[in-house]
Design a protein around this ligand. Structure first.
Ligand code: 13P
Ligand code: 13P
Ligand code: MG
Ligand code: MG
Ligand code: MG
Length: 383
């Protein structure tokens, strides 16, 4: 029988700002999931948090986008929101955009990553969860894991990985996806995924047999709600070992604290800092953007584990470098490229300020008016 792993997350309110999930809200969600486990809707579950995002990790036999499983997650978030409201937590119900559940959670606010698999005799997986960033933040590490032999030795020396992987890439603005092959098309892949705010790697498959290797949550709250209501702090499930990257190859992809959009008010670039569960709290400038990783084995749907993957001195230097980058970026204050480009900011007063100052702008003779604004400008070629 096939097993489905569903990781569903939402920010339903947090303690002392966009800082950390309150344990009482996790307890409320736990009650709902325990009941669902007792009733056989799910086989097993684990609840955790990164910063202000509550993460429900569930296993079952019902396939992806299952109504009962999604309703269970929705009920858990609703019950947790009640507690958040009761305690007066900050931004209670933040990511729940609709009042009524109908069918599944798509478009309702929570982030969803699900994969249905035929369990291997040993099925090791790693689940990554980030706060203060967006789904495209997982483009860089997925490329490193599945396409870069300088990161993943297995691409060169493991015959079961040597054929490479397929990347399913979603254009979140056009609502279209394309599947490209690595290593043959890596330049095309990079041309797209280097713009992570638009092109997001949704799934990766092993080319030899089409086996699913990773899946990322792709909901973008700003586009869903028609306005920016919060960056969608993402989750990702990765299968490891036996024809997939080794756990250590997957973790190696996070050894460099690369820059991601998010951080303060969802409007700044900052380094993604891998941390232990204990340190999964947003603090400095509401960050820096944080990542946790949990390792499990799945056996007949049972979640064995977890191991807290970044609770390790091997990542101390990554964290130290992240702090140095945080210092460097912060020194820019409100200047780009610390602050995001206007089209990507979660909050912006810019249109209001432009409006207010409109009458005070004077036409300048001899300065040609651009046909398009700098944000619409298309570069047609290079040299
Ligand atoms: P062990 O010898 O510790 O089992 O490690 C094997 C391996 O391939 C590590 O990546
Ligand atoms: P969250 O998306 O984690 O709620 O953060 C929002 C924010 O504005 C942080 O400064
Ligand atoms: Mg929040
Ligand atoms: Mg968050
Ligand atoms: Mg968020």
């Amino acid at each position: 029988m096939k097993t489905t792993i569903s990781v569903i997350k939402a920010d339903i309110g947090s303690l002392a700002g966009h800082h950390v999930v309150h344990p009482d809200t996790m307890a409320a969600a736990n009650k709902v999931l325990a009941e669902a486990k007792k009733n056989g809707v799910i086989i097993d579950y684990y609840i955790t948090n990164v910063g202000d995002d509550m993460e429900l990790i569930m296993t079952h036999n019902r396939g992806e986008l299952d109504t009962k499983v999604h309703e269970t997650a929705w009920d858990a978030f609703k019950e947790a929101t009640k507690v958040a409201k009761d305690l007066g937590l900050y931004a209670a119900g933040q990511d729940l955009l609709s009042d009524t559940f109908s069918g599944n959670l798509k478009g309702m606010g929570p982030g969803i990553a699900e994969m249905e698999i035929e369990e291997r005799p040993a099925e090791p997986i790693a689940i990554f969860m980030a706060d203060k960033t967006e789904p495209g933040a997982f483009n860089y590490p997925q490329y490193k894991m599945f396409a870069d032999p300088f990161n993943t030795a297995g691409l060169v020396i493991d015959p079961t990985m040597h054929e490479g992987y397929k990347f399913e890439i979603l254009d979140v603005y056009a609502g279209e996806s394309v599947t490209l092959n690595a290593p043959e098309e890596i330049y095309d892949i990079l041309a797209l995924i280097g713009t992570p705010s638009q092109y997001v790697i949704r799934r990766v498959y092993r080319k030899a047999d089409n086996m699913i290797a990773s899946v990322t949550s792709i909901e973008r709250l700003n586009l869903l709600a028609g306005k920016y209501v919060g960056k969608d702090d993402p989750v990702m499930i990765v299968r490891v070992q036996h024809g997939f990257p080794a756990l250590g190859e997957v973790l190696e992809a996070f050894s460099f604290p690369y820059l991601v959009p998010g951080w303060m008010r969802g409007s700044h670039y900052g380094p993604l800092m891998p941390v232990s569960q204990r340190d999964a709290r947003a603090t400095r400038f509401d960050g820096p953007p944080r990542l946790i990783g949990l390792g499990f084995n799945v056996k007949n749907g049972r979640l064995v584990g977890p191991s807290d993957l970044f609770d390790d001195p091997a990542f101390d230097e990554t964290r130290r470098l992240a702090e140095q980058i945080a210092d460097y970026m912060r020194r820019h204050g409100p200047f780009m490229p610390h602050r995001l480009e206007p089209t990507e900011m979660e909050y912006t007063t810019l249109p209001l300020i432009q409006q207010k100052l409109k009458a005070r702008f004077k036409k300048e003779a001899g300065v040609a008016e651009a046909k398009k604004s700098i944000y619409e400008k298309q570069v047609e070629g290079g040299d």
